[in-house]
Design a binder for this molecule. Structure first.
Ligand code: ADP
Length: 248
């Protein structure tokens, strides 16, 4: 049997202390297998960003364990975390997070510069970045600055950057949140292509039409998993019910 690529056990995250303490995660357990395309839904404040920050090794849980690709991440120091992050994870954010003074090509090459054990020379890295940009349909935009590209094109640069180190897992936080429906579909198609090649994708979205592209939906509520399954209709119905109960 395959081992999970992500496993979290009894994950707790508390912000603040005493009367001001907020339990953002409250004993969350989950397993994600290699090759899954998972959407994380749930109302605002349910802990989605907190969970993504921990899965992305950008923050630590207050207690509980996180295993990423067989590594017990909870025990690693800051430098080790950065290494694990670089080897295993690619990030796609709602706001693209590109450096505005760097070309598309240079933005995509950035993660390779930080790869400590990289023996590739600059020319090999450049060729690889060009290849990944071509795979997202931007072969003719290599030297454009982010400001010279449309929102959809900027997000494609961000996807190319996320894929440059061949990550095991892509973490996407509202990846289509700032895009019109045409550009959103293009981005979702790219995620599908990645999924078909065996990539693991964990995507936060509040948009049910976006969540329908995943093959598993985890719905969070009050720092826990409320619903987890492959039946998208049930997940979307529950999402609606929670939203109605909360008046949001
Ligand atoms: P979501 O992404 O589902 O909206 P979050 O993970 O952002 O949920 O937040 C979960 C809870 O933790 C919320 O009650 C939020 O106010 C609180 N929270 C999040 N980040 C912080 C922080 N840095 N300091 C204090 N409270 C926080």
């Amino acid at each position: 049997m395959k081992a999970p690529i992500i496993q979290v056990n009894d994950l707790h995250k508390t912000y603040g202390s005493g009367d001001a303490a907020v339990k953002a995660l409250d004993g969350l357990n989950a397993q994600i297998m290699p090759g899954e395309f998972v959407a994380i839904m749930g109302p605002s404040g349910s802990g989605k960003s907190t969970l993504m920050n921990i899965l992305g090794c950008l923050d630590r849980p207050t207690s509980g364990e996180y295993h990423l690709n067989g590594n017990n991440v909870s025990k690693l120091n800051r430098n080790e975390l950065a290494g694990i992050r670089n080897q295993n994870l690619g990030f796609i954010f709602q706001s693209f997070n590109l450096l505005s003074r760097l070309s598309a090509l240079d933005n995509v090459m950035l993660p390779m510069i930080y790869q400590l054990d990289s023996t590739d020379n600059k020319a090999t890295q450049k060729a690889r970045a060009e290849e990944v940009l071509a795979s997202v349909g931007l072969a003719d935009r290599l030297h454009h600055l982010p400001g010279e590209l449309s929102g959809g094109q900027q997000q494609r640069v961000a996807i190319a950057r996320a894929l440059i180190n061949n990550p095991k897992v892509v973490l996407a936080d509202e990846p289509t949140g700032n895009l019109d429906s045409h550009a959103s579909l293009e981005i979702l198609n790219l995620l599908h292509q990645l999924h078909e090649k065996g990539g693991t994708i964990v995507m936060v979205t509040h948009d049910s039409t976006v969540a329908q592209h995943a093959d598993r939906v985890i719905t969070m509520l009050d720092g826990k998993i409320y619903l987890d399954g492959h039946d998208l209709n049930t997940a979307l119905m529950m999402d609606q019910t929670i939203a109605e109960k909360r008046g949001s």
